[in-house]
Design a protein around this ligand. Structure first.
Ligand code: MN
Length: 257
């Protein structure tokens, strides 16, 4: 789990489903090929990766993206124990569940993760696909929304937008914290850019603003599994620590573009 950030490599496209089914270990770059929007620095246009010499390229399985830092990098705010379960068990399970469900849905299986989410959103018959696909995307976005060197206020254009959208950083902090605290049960708090300004949203369970075509800048997981080992029932303390010590404004600024 001590995996550094990676950049796409041309050789990663050589993996195909047969290799995955054969139990081969996929390289992390495959994820960047399939999920270009998860990497703000990525310039890849395609959401799919295929074997360059295969005349009938088959769709690849979705992969568990690497953590952008070591599993103990956010400690003591978020412990390696929490990351071990949250990333290694929960996030991985969403990936595995999604791949299992897509085996019977070839039309959806041919799509990028983002398109799977958008196509299955609101379709009761595809709720399982949506929940697992969205949770894969949400968690990858969440890991990047935190940094060992994070916390505090943003700078530049983002700080200006926070000022015009919320009336100042403290007002943003209050709105984002309230969204996280008042999300009943499991869910997420988001910073979203829409119509020239920033807004805060909260979503239940796997739901995500990106399913409705919105541009997400940041997210905070408020499912109990995100904080219970470190904060027990004290969700407000987890939220305060997220904003004071972990929030990754560089990622948010890159998403703003
Ligand atoms: Mn989670």
């Amino acid at each position: 789990m001590h995996t550094p950030p990676s950049t796409p490599e041309p050789g990663a496209a050589a993996l195909d489903r047969r290799a995955v089914l054969a139990g081969a270990l996929a390289t992390t770059a495959v994820v960047a090929l399939r999920n270009p929007s998860l990497s703000a620095a990525s310039s890849l246009a395609s959401g799919r990766a295929v074997h360059p010499s295969d005349p009938n390229p088959e769709v690849m399985a979705h992969e568990l993206p690497p953590l952008p830092y070591a599993d103990n990098a956010l400690a003591p705010t978020i412990s390696a124990n929490t990351i071990g379960f949250h990333y290694g068990k929960h996030h991985k399970a969403y990936v595995d569940n999604l791949n299992a469900l897509l085996k019977d849905l070839p039309d959806l299986a041919a799509l990028s993760l983002e398109d799977v989410i958008k196509k299955s959103h609101g379709d009761a018959a595809k709720a399982g696909v949506f929940n697992n696909a969205a949770q894969v995307w949400n968690h990858t976005f969440y890991w990047k929304s935190m940094s060992p060197k994070g916390g505090g206020q943003p700078t530049g254009k983002l700080l200006d937008l926070i000022g015009t959208s919320f009336g100042g950083y403290d007002k943003f902090k209050e709105a984002f914290s309230t969204a996280g605290k008042t999300q009943f049960g499991s869910g997420w708090a988001w910073l979203v850019y829409e119509g020239g300004k920033l807004t805060v949203e909260k979503t239940p369970n796997a739901d995500t603003p990106m399913a409705r075509g919105k541009k997400c800048l940041l997210t905070m997981d408020v499912w109990e599994h995100a904080y219970y080992l470190d904060f027990q029932n004290r969700r407000p303390d987890y939220i305060t620590a997220f904003l004071d010590k972990l929030v990754n404004w560089e990622f948010a600024a890159a998403n703003l573009g």
